[in-house]
Unconditional design. Structure first.
Length: 654
């Protein structure tokens, strides 16, 4: 059997940056980018040390850049001291205190504009409130909140006093919340009565009470934000309203200067089974990469209106909502609710009303909005947009083209970003003023990020378009430090495959003739068809390229002869048949895939559904699809699904 992963997807459309965009960009040409990359390659530590001193405000300068003595528990700038909240707020006050930091829009249409000075005041009030509850440096604080400014305020307040926060997405179940409280040993939970999502009130306080009734012995206090106005019960001596907590508090709170390696936050990865896996990030290195990527990839300017649609429950909402935009002094939009309320034009109305210039969202959202048709975005003025971004799963070329044509008006560069909860910030992404883009490719590694593709033996693959395991060869500042409370799990998960030589991202990828990277799917999403190893992503992209297909997910199904057969779950742009069977379309799609990438990739089975099983962060739960394709009983935890009812349909029962 060929040990290489075979690439079958061919994409030859290219989109160079316009002269006008490049002329105004921070990095204006490929020559300039290559010079920056060469500087990093010539002196890896010196490159990051220079940026750390340039981009961060230190209370105590560092003398050691990279400490490798406990590898793979790498440390960066470890003897330096700083405060993350100071770097996000205080340092902007003198010159830009009255600049708008946050533009908030609730799902019901309420809006707020909060300046940097006002945000600083609110963070100080709440930080002092937390201190009055006994929260001290190193204590863990859980956030279980709606997507409102108070979520960012709470995160910044924790950072200000040296508490380590862990945000649990507000759509997670009480059981999931309990597991994370217990694993972190949290002292305080910050929640709300409820939040608005999808036209409904999500009862967050009730779920918190449910979680705490199941254990959580470390928990001492619960802070409750009054948001949705739904009825809640407060437990004496434990629960306190947010507004009562901050009443009478001092409006100033001196930042606590902490070591560069001080744990800023824990974030539990979604979709995992068994014991929660708390990704632990440090302070200085994390913020450094948040800042550099805001500047390099988003080309952020003083007058930009930046909108990342991610919830703070995910790493994207940490790096590109709570920290990165504030650290560079940007103005950003925060939207509380779903993109479908009151209709599928909500994102475009928000862009229009608040004059967004940079828009960053997930491929799953793009495909859902694409499915709704071109007429909806055509009703809105999107002329303020100058840059588009994609984050999460790899974006299919046809979804990329729709994004480019319909939303960007064929004038906005698209930055397709590859990174992970564990990497902390973008790792592979286009620099929009310098890099020609290709639909479906995240393009090139960023300066100072050493990426490679290796075979199962760990040997680098030099031939173009030969797929293999994506690895990172050198430590970088925003990297994961460990799995909270489980160093062995950290090693086994991320370093064990090649005995500590490489960080293993868990993705398969290929590099084309121009050195561009193409993500081919997760390592466990490889199809073994009659001795050929194919990535699921390429078959999915071929299906989505068909004019009737909005979205597709492909998994392997055990096959007596071929080893595995290809099972495709397909969401159509129009209505599906009542029984989910369409033999004519199935034949057409199988032939289409054969024409696009070859007969070996023809799906043996195609099942039609209204949606795919996704977590609330938009990731397709392919483990569930593999179970369904194999005809097995579902035993996995499905509490993180956006819509559990879709499982019946996918199983062919409705």
């Amino acid at each position: 059997m060929d040990k290489h992963l075979q690439s079958t997807l061919h994409e030859d459309r290219i989109f160079p940056p316009s002269d006008d965009f490049s002329a105004r960009a921070r990095i204006k040409s490929r020559k300039e980018l290559d010079a920056l990359r060469a500087k990093a390659e010539a002196d890896h530590e010196g490159f990051w040390a220079g940026l750390a001193r340039k981009e961060l405000d230190w209370q105590t300068d560092f003398t050691q850049t990279l400490d490798e003595s406990h590898a793979p528990h790498y440390q960066w700038f470890s003897d330096g001291k700083l405060n993350i909240s100071y770097n996000c707020l205080d340092r902007h006050l003198a010159a830009h205190g009255d600049k708008t930091a946050l533009i908030f829009e609730g799902e019901q249409g309420d809006t707020r504009h909060i300046s940097y000075r006002e945000l600083h005041r609110e963070v100080c009030l709440f930080a002092n409130g937390l201190k009055s509850l006994g929260v001290a440096a190193g204590d863990r604080v859980i956030l279980y909140m709606p997507m409102t400014p108070e979520a960012v305020i709470a995160m910044q307040a924790c950072a200000r006093i040296g508490a380590t926060h862990s945000v649990v997405f507000g759509g997670f179940s009480a059981e999931s919340l309990k597991d994370r409280i217990e694993n972190a040993g949290a002292k305080v939970v910050i929640t709300a009565d409820g939040g608005h999502r999808g036209g409904k009130v999500v009862a967050l306080k009730a779920a918190t009470d449910d979680a705490l009734s199941r254990g959580c012995e470390s928990l001492e206090k619960v802070v409750v934000l009054k948001r949705a106005g739904n009825a809640v019960t407060l437990q004496d001596d434990r629960d306190v309203w947010w507004h009562d907590l901050i009443e009478g508090q001092d409006e100033t709170c001196e930042p606590l200067w902490v070591d560069a390696e001080h744990p800023l936050f824990l974030l539990y990865t979604s979709g995992s089974t068994g014991k929660p896996k708390g990704v632990q990030h440090a302070s200085a290195g994390y913020l450094l990469n948040a800042i550099t990527t805001m500047k390099w990839v988003f080309d952020i300017r003083h007058d930009d209106i930046f909108w990342c649609t991610a919830d703070v429950g995910w790493i994207t909402g940490h790096t590109y909502v709570a920290y990165g935009p504030l650290a560079v002094g940007a103005t950003q939009i925060i939207y509380e609710g779903a993109p479908s309320v009151p209709d599928m034009g909500r994102f475009w109305k928000v862009c229009q009303d608040h004059k967004a210039t940079i828009f960053y969202t997930a491929p799953t959202a793009i495909r859902a909005l694409m499915k709704a048709g071109d007429d909806i975005p055509a009703n809105y003025d999107l002329s303020s947009l100058r840059l588009l971004g994609s984050v999460g799963e790899p974006i299919n070329p046809e979804a990329w083209m729709w994004y480019h044509r319909v939303i960007g008006g064929e004038r906005c560069p698209i930055v397709d970003t590859w990174w992970q909860t564990e990497t902390g910030a973008h790792m592979i992404a286009p620099i929009p003023g310098a890099v020609t883009t290709k639909p479906g490719s995240c393009t090139l590694p960023l300066p100072g990020i050493a990426i490679d593709i290796v075979d199962p033996d760990g040997q680098p693959i030099s031939e173009p378009n030969q797929g293999g395991v994506l690895v990172i060869k050198k430590p970088w500042p925003s990297m994961i430090r460990t799995v909270w409370g489980d160093d062995q799990r950290y090693y086994d998960t991320y370093w064990g495959m090649f005995d500590g030589k490489y960080y293993v991202a868990g993705d398969n990828a290929r590099r084309d003739e121009d050195g561009y990277y193409w993500i081919m799917g997760r390592i466990d999403d490889v199809l073994n068809i009659s001795g050929h190893r194919l990535g699921t992503m390429e078959v999915e992209s071929a299906l989505v390229a068909h004019p009737q297909v909005a979205e597709a997910a492909v998994v392997g199904r055990p096959h007596a002869i071929k080893g595995e057969s290809i099972f495709a779950f397909v969401v159509l742009k129009g209505e599906r048949s009542a029984d989910g069977i369409d033999e004519d379309l199935t034949r057409e799609l199988r032939d289409w895939v054969a024409q696009q990438i070859g007969p070996i990739a023809k799906p043996d089975d195609i099942r039609y559904a209204d949606n795919l099983p996704k977590t609330r962060s938009g990731k397709i739960m392919r483990r569930l699809l593999r179970t369904i394709a194999a005809g097995e009983e579902i035993t996995q935890d499905t509490s993180t699904l956006e819509n559990e009812a879709i499982l019946q349909q996918l199983q062919g029962k409705t």
